[in-house]
Design a protein around this ligand. Structure first.
Ligand SMILES: NC(=O)c1ccc[n+]([C@@H]2O[C@H](COP(=O)([O-])OP(=O)(O)OC[C@H]3O[C@@H](n4cnc5c(N)ncnc54)[C@H](O)[C@@H]3O)[C@@H](O)[C@H]2O)c1
Length: 289
């Protein structure tokens, strides 16, 4: 699809990867709606674009992606203010890692609430409008390479959510294609961002009862490495994926061997195929008239 003249709604669009995607989509002629839980991030992003005389093409919304009602309101506001969207980028995310033995339900609800339900909420709130407008479009969901390779238990909540985002994207592809809406799952490796500030981004209702308070403080001290990729490079990859409707975007090849070993081990665990059509036998019968 062509990006020029479209509207893009980007969650977590005011920092890191989302902001890199935002800059590149704007460079290619999209109007932006940036949604983020952090008002300071939104203000900074807005100022960045205003300084470049692009402020009128950027609207900001304070939003917690784990809040379904707020997501539905954001969809209405996006349509009213900027039209569309034609491009939905479900990118907002946090790092909910910590010692598995200390994880509480609050940590699970927070980690899955933002990192998995966030993209689901985005799709549920926005895709009916995208379909109804009949203009086609594209949905990008940010997962992680951590959703694809076996991870240590310290990262289990993150990995479960990100694996879910990969499967979510793959599994809605056929349905969205009927309305000419492409899908991409982004699987980044290390990218320069402020994800180490995740402790500050934990929605209020998930704070009390966390087992990860200490880990979040330590994560806050992690230094962004010069070796990590620039978010605008990811933005370039996403522009290419939207234009050419690519399902997968992986920013790094470093864990290629781990992925291959994982799938080879799974395939090795599979017996020889049985002689019947799996798909046909599992399908739900059509309703008779
Ligand atoms: N940076 C990396 O190395 C890396 C690697 C793999 C995947 N990712 C994924 O990329 C995405 C973007 O993260 P980033 O690294 O750019 O971090 P970041 O913290 O710089 O940007 C994320 C933005 O999302 C916002 N946010 C957090 N929780 C939110 C919520 N509940 N509702 C709305 N906005 C919320 C934050 O305020 C922030 O502005 C995340 O999904 C993350 O899991 C990042």
């Amino acid at each position: 699809m062509k990006i020029e003249g479209t509207t893009a709604f980007i969650t977590g669009g005011a920092s890191g990867i989302g902001f890199g995607i935002a800059q590149r989509l704007l460079d290619h002629g999209a109007r932006l709606v940036l949604a983020d839980i952090r008002q300071d991030h939104l203000d900074e992003a807005k100022q960045f674009f205003e300084e470049r005389q692009q402020g009128r093409n950027v609207h900001t919304i304070r939003l917690d992606v784990s809040d379904r009602a707020a997501m539905a309101e954001a969809a209405k506001e996006c349509e009213a203010v900027m039209g569309g969207p034609d491009i939905l980028v479900n990118n907002a995310g946090i790092d909910p890692s910590g010692p598995f033995e200390q994880a509480t339900y609050q940590d699970w609800d927070y980690g899955l609430g933002v990192n998995l339900w966030g993209p689901i909420n985005g799709i549920m709130a926005f895709s009916p409008g995208m379909r109804a407008r009949g203009r086609g479009g594209h949905i990008v969901n940010t997962a992680s390479l951590a959703g694809l390779t076996p991870m240590p238990s310290f990262m289990v909540i993150y990995a479960v959510a990100k694996a879910g985002v990969i499967t979510l994207t793959e599994s809605i592809r056929d349905s969205m294609a009927k309305d000419n809406i492409g899908v991409t799952v982004l699987m980044p490796g290390p990218i320069k961002s402020r994800i180490h500030e995740s402790g500050q981004n934990r929605p209020e209702r998930f704070r009390s009862g966390s087992g990860f308070a200490e880990t979040e403080v330590q994560l806050g001290k992690r230094v962004v490495s010069d070796t990590w990729m620039e978010p605008t490079e990811v933005g370039d990859m996403i522009v290419d994926a939207i234009v050419h409707n690519k399902l997968y975007v992986a920013t790094h090849g470093n864990w290629r061997d781990n992925v291959r070993e994982r799938f080879e081990a799974m395939i090795a665990a599979m017996p020889e195929p049985v002689d019947f059509d799996f798909g046909a036998s599992l399908s739900v019968p059509d309703k008779e008239d």
